[in-house]
Design a protein around this ligand. Structure first.
Ligand SMILES: Nc1ncnc2c1ncn2[C@@H]1O[C@H](COP(=O)(O)OP(=O)(O)OP(=O)(O)O)[C@@H](O)[C@H]1O
Ligand SMILES: [Mg+2]
Length: 303
């Protein structure tokens, strides 16, 4: 462990692999450090910014899930899993198939009950109908409703007045680039457009947290890249807290403030990396050596 002082603040750093994991007690920061493993000490510290720490929106304390099948067999999907999710952050979960990523998201969404452990929400337990947005791998849209009505649907359920719900839905569709498709039916849209509509619907009621389970997994690479950039724009604009499950290391590194790496079944969060990359992502980041160092680190951890 290293102690380091920067702009009169104390940084507590653990050297892990060739990266830093850091904790500033009352502060968090976006910075990264490179160390040369063979030197064993700091070669360069690049400070980007220090911001007051965002309070945890939800703390998962030792969340465990054991499924019981009808014939009495048990499957331990999650061993005690602990993580704080900060308000406004973009957190990705990566890990091998079957390690409990979807299970963890479903527990966060209140769709599954943990066998042990608990979730501690800062402002009380959310209502799954209005405080949590969920985006699945396949966009789930009602085929008989127009795109506008699909997006407006949760607001109607919540009893929001028609004029307000229409205005909010149109604004959200515009944000995801579907302003010209309000009156279209889902079958008239491409897969990527349907997924954008599903994202608009998940965000329209301004949920406290948006949970996304491999939302772009079924899309071609070009569409996926475009939607990644759109999602970053939406995240910057709305300030939503996003927990994002993906199998793509590159997608996780490109999108996230932090990446949590889960170990194989029974899953648990092995490490959480604060990437400290420039929040203003652009394609150029994909050529950045630091970005590639993160890809190598994450890939190695997944092996
Ligand atoms: N409802 C259920 N009943 C029984 N077992 C389940 C249930 N849901 C999940 N599991 C088991 O829990 C484990 C974790 O499943 P989960 O879907 O969370 O994995 P995952 O990390 O999302 O995998 P993938 O990357 O393939 O989507 C798996 O072994 C799965 O078979
Ligand atoms: Mg899954």
């Amino acid at each position: 462990m290293l102690l380091s002082c920067w702009e009169n603040r104390l940084f507590i750093c653990w050297v892990m692999d060739n990266q830093f994991v850091f904790d500033l007690n009352d502060y968090t920061c976006e910075f990264f450090a490179l160390i040369r493993r063979e030197w064993g000490f700091v070669e360069k510290l690049e400070h980007v910014s220090v911001t007051p720490q965002k309070t945890a929106l939800v703390k998962a304390n030792g969340v465990t899930k054991i499924f019981r099948s009808r014939n009495g067999e048990t499957v331990e999907a999650l061993t005690p899993t602990t993580i704080d999710i900060a308000e406004g952050e973009f957190l990705s979960l990566i890990g091998p198939s079957g390690c409990g990523k979807s299970t963890f998201l479903r527990i966060l969404a209140g769709l599954e009950t943990p066998t042990a452990g608990s979730l501690e929400w800062r402002d009380g337990a959310p209502s799954s109908g209005s405080d949590i947005g969920f985006v699945f791998q396949e966009p789930v849209l009602l085929p008989w409703l127009t795109i506008l009505d699909n997006v407006r649907f949760p607001l109607d359920v919540l009893g929001v007045g028609k004029q307000e719900s229409t205005e909010r839905s149109k604004a959200m569709l515009s944000l995801v680039g579907l302003a010209d498709f309000n009156k279209a039916l889902p079958k008239e849209l491409s897969g990527g457009m349907r997924q954008r509509a599903a994202i608009a619907r998940a965000l329209v009621y301004k949920p406290r947290i948006v949970l996304m389970d491999e939302p772009f997994g079924a899309l071609d690479l070009l569409t996926r890249d475009r939607l990644n950039d759109e999602l970053l724009g939406i995240h910057a604009e709305t300030g939503s807290t996003i927990v994002f499950v993906t199998h793509s290391i590159e997608e996780a590194a490109y999108l996230s403030d932090r990446v949590a790496v889960m170990s194989a079944r029974p899953g648990r969060i092995r490490t959480v990396h604060e990437l400290g990359l420039n929040r203003k992502r652009s394609e150029a980041l994909k050529d950045d050596p630091e970005f590639h160092r993160w890809l190598a680190t994450l890939r190695k951890e997944l092996k």
